[in-house]
Design a protein around this ligand. Structure first.
Ligand code: ATP
Ligand code: MG
Length: 634
């Protein structure tokens, strides 16, 4: 089919288009209206329809093929951390989810109550998510291993009745105890959960608080064989809250609806990922991130596929582990991140040809820019289509990609492709709000209403939803992604970085990414972040924070001054003196989020003596202390 026509119809005949897509899922009561957009920018999809995510992900598949589908794999749990591997058929998953739903009901969880899930990648986490969906409770998964402070903020914001957790996670063979972090987080938070449900993996100590803490195994035996009916939610009742990564400030609680999300995911499985019932989907993400929600748990199961839940890294026990899993489980759709591929690039390429990958249709990558050399490398090695897809926690499914299920459009390395159906994507001039021409850079914006599956609001803060996302482009109420993009003559889009990564030096606009690339080209530099710092004379000046490959080079004041001078010369030579950093400070680590993204805005705030804001998702707080010391007058 002609994708351009498909996309055009999704906007021009929006209601008819989405009413058709809505048939991809089961409704207990069919929607009366496709869209209610009486209160922009708040969109309500599939008004008065009643459905349930758990029913569509699990129950619905029990009767498929005269019951044969019930015994096909639904959840394949693989841990290279503990050496466990277990497969749950749709029938077994149904039993586990029902039992967990009964457990939550006994703990007092009802429709609309929040359940915070702070768990490692174990099957019980999936049971808990689906059990919440079953009874109409709102889950909020917090990435396992976040420190107490980050967790405390999310507990306070989501105000859960129950928290589901475990004794510990495991990362690269090392036990990461959770229980102590959780207890501390609950102590820090003003909101206290009534109950804490705990899975004991027997990896670490799990001290119990009497009256509050409940053991999963002890509660589970009492609910063996339980049957809990699905709660038929109105389409816009919330299914879950998920906090954004916090790369650019205080994490936002993205609230997702039920019906719109189910339809959006089911449609994406068909048109974008080409996954069919009976096949196997493998996403290497974590349930703590949006990819985990959409494409480990709900998307594949909504399509009747088996989904692999993998606790482990791409290089342990060896760099062939991902491909070994693909071969063993005949994976047809695989989803990962550019970071994982960059890790593999440093390993023996022999692993890529060692296994039979004939079941694999394509590899989808998302989360950060997929640079051309990495894309080429993995494409040449796998001999499979490598498909970049660009989206956000906020949108829940791709904004830009190549819709393989509709038309196999030619792919360009470095480009995540075309706007997906339902998304009216525009590139806008940041000052005038006008659309930019082909080949010109603009802010990637979406003309509302946002399609089904995207966030309904910021949890508990409608104002913040409007102010944050719909007020940044002058004169227009459009959704801003806060990313720069450019489009070529073929309609392929390229993402050029985040809008806050641009600085203004004496009227010249400079991308910090460009300056960073120039500094990195100096052989002594391993990693660098550049931010714009307010300056009375010039407006802003670039300031760099660099990590050197060999710490000895900057151990003395002389060494630091010499290298700083050399780095500035490098930038002068490559970009011109206008881009020359005002200062380059040497540190041993950059402040990053747990998902590996540099916290530029916090660095900038510290440089300007402002409050760096919420730093709860920071990976290594020592990196900030160093930064402050570097900035302090000598
Ligand atoms: P916060 O919004 O809290 O600062 P975050 O933006 O890092 O956190 P996510 O929603 O996980 O949180 O990440 C979405 C962002 O990641 C996008 O806005 C974009 O900057 C980047 N991104 C995601 N996929 C791609 C891609 N395929 N190409 C380029 N950039 C991407
Ligand atoms: Mg973001």
């Amino acid at each position: 089919m002609d994708y351009a026509a498909f996309h055009r119809r999704s906007l021009d005949e929006r209601d008819a288009f989405w009413a058709e897509q809505a048939r991809l899922i089961d409704w207990h009561v069919a929607p009366k209206r496709t869209l209610d957009y009486a209160r922009p920018p708040f969109a309500r999809w599939f008004v008065d329809g009643r459905t349930n995510l758990c029913h569509n992900a699990v129950d619905r598949w029990l009767n498929r093929d005269w019951g044969a589908h019930a015994d096909r794999p639904a959840l394949i749990y693989i841990s290279t951390e503990t050496g466990e591997e277990r497969t749950y058929s749709f029938r077994a998953l149904h039993a586990e989810v029902n039992r967990c739903a009964a457990m939550l009901l006994e703990l007092g969880v009802g429709r609309g109550d929040r359940v915070l899930i702070y768990m490692p990648m174990i099957a019980e986490a999936a049971f808990a998510m689906l059990a919440c969906a079953r009874i109409g409770a709102i889950h909020s998964v917090v990435f396992g291993g976040f420190a107490s402070h980050s967790l405390a903020n999310r507990i306070e914001d989501a105000a859960p009745k129950v928290i589901v957790s475990a004794d510990a996670g495991s990362r690269v063979g090392k036990v990461v105890p959770y229980k102590g972090l959780l207890d501390e987080a609950i102590r820090l938070s003003a909101h206290k959960p009534a109950k804490v449900l705990l899975v004991d993996r027997k990896l670490a100590a799990m001290p119990m608080t009497a009256g509050r803490d409940v053991r999963w195994d002890a509660l589970a035996v009492r609910h063996e064989g339980a049957q809990v009916p699905c709660a038929w939610l109105e389409s816009s009742e919330p299914s879950y809250i998920l906090y954004t990564s916090g790369t650019t400030g205080r994490p936002k609680g993205v609230q997702r609806d039920t019906g719109g999300y189910a339809v959006a995911l089911a449609a994406s499985m068909k048109h974008i990922y080409c996954g069919n019932a009976g096949e196997t989907y493998f996403s290497t993400s974590d349930i703590g991130w949006v990819v985990g929600h959409s494409y480990i748990i709900y998307g594949p199961l909504l399509a009747g596929m088996a989904t692999i839940m993998y606790e482990g890294t791409p290089v342990r026990p060896d760099a062939g582990i991902l491909w070994q899993i693909v071969e063993k489980h005949r994976v047809s759709v695989m989803f990962s991140a550019p970071t994982a591929i960059r890790v593999l690039k440093k390993q023996d390429p022999g692993y890529l040809t060692k296994y039979d990958l004939s079941s694999l249709k394509a590899l989808w990558l998302a989360g950060e820019p997929l640079d051309e050399p990495t894309a080429r490398w993995i494409a040449d090695s796998l001999k499979r289509p490598i498909i970049d897809n660009y989206w956000q926690t906020e949108t829940g499914w791709p904004i830009l990609t190549y819709p393989m299920g509709i038309e196999d459009k030619p792919r360009k390395f470095g480009s995540p492709g075309h706007p997906m159906y339902g998304y009216d994507v525009r590139l806008l001039h940041e000052a005038t709000g006008e659309e930019v021409a082909v080949g010109e850079k603009g802010v990637v914006a979406i003309v509302p209403p946002l399609p089904p599956g995207c966030m309904s609001t910021v949890w508990g803060d409608d104002r913040r939803f409007v102010e944050t996302y719909f007020r940044s482009v002058p004169g227009r109420e459009v959704y801003s992604t806060f990313d720069w993009g450019i489009r070529d003559a073929d309609g392929c889009h390229f993402i050029l970085g985040r809008t806050d990564d641009v600085i203004n030096v004496a009227g010249h606009r400079l991308g910090t990414r460009e300056i960073e690339e120039s500094i990195s080209s100096h052989p002594a530099i391993a990693e660098v972040a550049v931010v714009g710092v307010a300056d009375q004379l010039k407006g802003q000046v670039p300031v760099g924070f660099a990590v050197v490959k060999d710490a000895a080079a900057v151990a003395t004041l002389d060494g630091r001054m010499k290298l700083e001078g050399e780095v500035m010369k490098t930038v002068d030579g490559q970009l011109g003196a206008i881009a020359r950093p005002h200062r380059v400070h040497f540190v041993s680590a950059l402040p990053k989020t747990r998902s590996g993204k540099v916290l530029r805005r916090s660095i900038q705030a510290i440089c300007e003596g402002r409050d760096p804001g919420d730093l709860t998702t920071i990976e290594d707080p020592a990196a900030l202390t160093q930064l402050r010391e570097a900035m302090a007058p000598a």
